[in-house]
Design a protein. Structure first.
Length: 290
């Protein structure tokens, strides 16, 4: 007689979670995109995460202007624009205005898998395997849809490297003090020398060290996937912040009368003119009244 067969489902593995999500993994060999957990698990707006994931999946040269994104998403221009600003502030998105060899000005938009990447570095040739994700989308902004769109970034002029000994001491002091605000911002001597010229230009523009420190340390990500020098370099590429307006009227301090010795009792007192102190004058008045 054959052994009885049970149609009941087998019991789940003892290690399976009893609550929460359970992933059913499928190995993908085509039509997939790899994004970092820092993007996928970013706290805050779900629209920002969705826009980042969508841009990461696009090939180079695909328009990612606000109107183009609004055609794909159901959210309006305000939410899409806010998501782009958040990605730009976090270092994932960068807009550059570049001049072509013909003299025309165009805007390129770079999207980084990890903030602080170098778009001027030539990418490695693709390996002969399944499709891979594109690392940057070069497009024109919404305000200039007619500008030229190019897929590959052109090399930019790089600053000549300097040694730490040749760097501006004030700029080095600003960079060294960043660790006091955020202990993660510990820079090596080579990294400090790399960033010092940009900080020196900001100081020469009239900005105080506290202004530069506030700009470099504001709204940093919760976790760095690479060295923080990349994010700092990206923020220093921007135009220096406007110098706080100063009052045109000079500050007038009240005049303080000099110290003098009383002619009557030789006691020290303050007076614009030499003479007798208040006590001696009061005594003179009492004697005159009596």
């Amino acid at each position: 007689m054959a052994d009885p067969q049970s149609s009941a489902p087998s019991r789940a593995d003892a290690g399976a979670p009893t609550s929460g999500v359970i992933h059913v993994r499928t190995r993908l060999t085509a039509d997939f995109t790899v994004i970092s957990n820092a993007v996928a698990q970013r706290r805050g707006s779900a629209v920002t995460v969705g826009v980042a994931a969508y841009i990461s999946s696009l090939p180079d040269g695909t328009p990612v202007t606000i109107p183009a994104l609004c055609k794909h998403f159901s959210e309006g221009e305000i939410l899409i624009s806010r998501a782009l600003r958040e990605l730009e502030a976090a270092g994932y998105l960068e807009r550059r205005r570049e001049r072509t060899s013909t003299g025309h000005v165009r805007t390129r938009t770079y999207f980084y898998d990890v903030p602080g990447g170098d778009p001027d570095r030539h990418p490695e040739p693709p390996k002969p395997r399944g499709p891979r994700k594109q690392s940057a989308a070069a497009v024109a902004p919404a305000s200039a849809p007619s500008e030229e769109t190019v897929a590959a970034p052109a090399p930019a002029e790089a600053e000549a490297p300097i040694s730490l000994a040749d760097a501006d001491p004030r700029a080095v002091a600003v960079l060294t003090a960043l660790r006091r605000v955020d202990p993660r911002l510990i820079l090596s001597a080579q990294e400090t020398a790399r960033l010092a010229p940009a900080v020196a230009r900001w100081l020469a523009a009239g900005l105080l060290p506290t202004h530069i420190t506030d700009h470099l340390t504001a709204r940093l990500p919760d976790r760095f996937l690479t060295r923080p020098v990349g994010i700092l370099a990206y923020r220093l590429k921007e135009t220096p912040l406007p110098v706080p307006a100063r009052s045109a009227e000079p500050i007038v301090h009240p005049m303080v009368a000099p110290m003098r010795n009383c002619d009557g009792c030789d006691r020290a007192f303050r007076s614009a003119e030499p003479g007798r102190c208040r006590g001696c004058r009061a005594g003179d008045q009492l004697r005159a009244a009596g």
